[in-house]
Design a protein around this ligand. Structure first.
Ligand code: ZN
Length: 381
């Protein structure tokens, strides 16, 4: 019973990080992300998506557990691994994890004194790998299937990438974190507990979540990731861009693996949630009305922040909103049209959907004031 709560709260925190990116800007892309968009390779080139999986934070902790090496030098070296540095970066921003705390947790895990109550589910510094043999088997299974997985994910993401896209992502697996997956500066950080402790053990859904996060890197390259909330036009475009980014990435993730996932695995749970949320697509379009009235005719930042949070947190209704729009464009206008929206951004994404609605009365329409603002808005800030 606990699992449902923890896993729900962890997903919520993952999405809360995205929400806070808008509020605090700490997951903001550097300015270079925008200049990269201008310096794309020849537009005719086939997209190239490179994926590397780095399991060293898990593998090296397992090695320390095996030989009971909790020496200062070994633990410090482990703490310096990129996955742990990211954990500490988020822990500093959220003020819920210090290097000393993470070190103490690592020592307890290596010495066999850590328990499920001293390192409870959902805590950012939770490093338990219990039983270690299970985790070793998981990593060995991943090693055996890695190449096949990487080509499957790269194929899927490339099929939605503008010509000339070149994207390289490193996926870091690690224990700890109050998220399942985050993308920071084109590196993806995955909390392995979601593939063992928090769901039925196994890698189902790993390809799905990497495809989702890698798609964000493609979006960063093609259009950028606007983060502006100080005026109406900035906030409006930023929120619409997030809806497009999350919705398109979710549409991409859904069919990464055509075969069914094992019941109660991470993939089974998340794909079922996304499919169910999509049933509410027509209702989610009403959220654009709320966003519009927070921005126009007078910008009310507090209302904007509240509306945005409601839409994005917990993998909220903005995901389903963008998912429904992306699916309609892909199915009714074709893949090239959807890829064009990845390069052109939210104005084109919603304008294409609005044009579709004019021709197809079975599609739920955008709220009138939001639709009119979309035709007035700039393509970029
Ligand atoms: Zn996302």
């Amino acid at each position: 019973m606990n699992r449902g709560f923890i896993q729900q709260s962890a997903v919520k925190i993952r999405a809360a990080l995205l929400g806070m990116a808008l509020l605090c800007g700490y997951l903001c892309l550097p300015v270079s992300a925008f200049s990269q968009a201008a310096a794309v390779p020849p537009a005719s080139a086939a997209p190239v998506i490179r994926i590397t999986i780095d399991d060293s934070a898990v593998r090296q902790l397992l090695a320390l557990i095996e030989v009971r090496d909790s020496s200062d030098a070994s633990v410090e070296k482990w703490l310096d691994l990129p996955a742990n540095q990211n954990l500490l970066r988020v822990g500093t921003l959220e003020d819920n994890l210090t290097r000393a705390q993470l070190k103490a947790n690592a020592v307890a895990v290596i010495n066999g004194t850590a328990t499920r109550s001293t390192q409870p589910e959902g805590e950012i510094g939770r490093l338990l790998l219990t039983p270690p043999g299970d985790y070793r088997r998981l990593l060995d299974d991943l090693t055996a299937t890695k190449n096949e997985r990487i080509s499957c994910i790269a194929r899927r993401v490339a099929a939605f990438s503008p010509p000339g896209t070149e994207a390289a992502v490193t996926v870091y697996l690690h224990p700890g974190g109050n998220w399942d997956a985050i993308n920071h500066k084109d590196s993806i950080y995955l909390n392995i507990h979601f593939w063992h402790d928090y769901h039925k053990p196994g890698w189902d859904g790993l390809n799905l979540i990497i495809a989702h996060e890698a798609m964000h890197t493609v979006q960063n390259r093609a259009y950028g990731n606007p983060e502006e909330q100080n005026d109406a036009d900035g906030a409006w475009l930023t929120a619409l861009s997030k809806i497009q980014r999350e919705g398109t990435a979710r549409y991409v993730e859904m069919e990464t693996d055509p075969a069914p996932y094992e019941p109660y695995s991470y993939g089974f749970h998340n794909r079922a949630l996304a499919a169910e949320a999509l049933r509410g697509f027509a209702q989610t379009l009403g959220l654009l009305e709320r966003l519009y009235t927070a921005c126009y005719p007078r910008f009310d930042k507090a209302h904007f922040v509240a509306a945005y949070r409601e839409g994005i947190e917990g993998g909220g209704p903005y995901y389903a909103l963008g998912h429904g729009v992306a699916k309609a464009i892909d199915e009714k206008l074709g893949r090239a049209a959807l890829i064009e929206t990845v390069s052109r951004g939210p104005k084109d994404f919603f304008a294409k959907y609005r044009a579709l609605c004019a021709k197809d009365p079975t599609l739920p329409p955008l709220p009138t004031n939001a639709a009119e603002q979309i035709s007035r808005m700039k393509e970029r800030l």
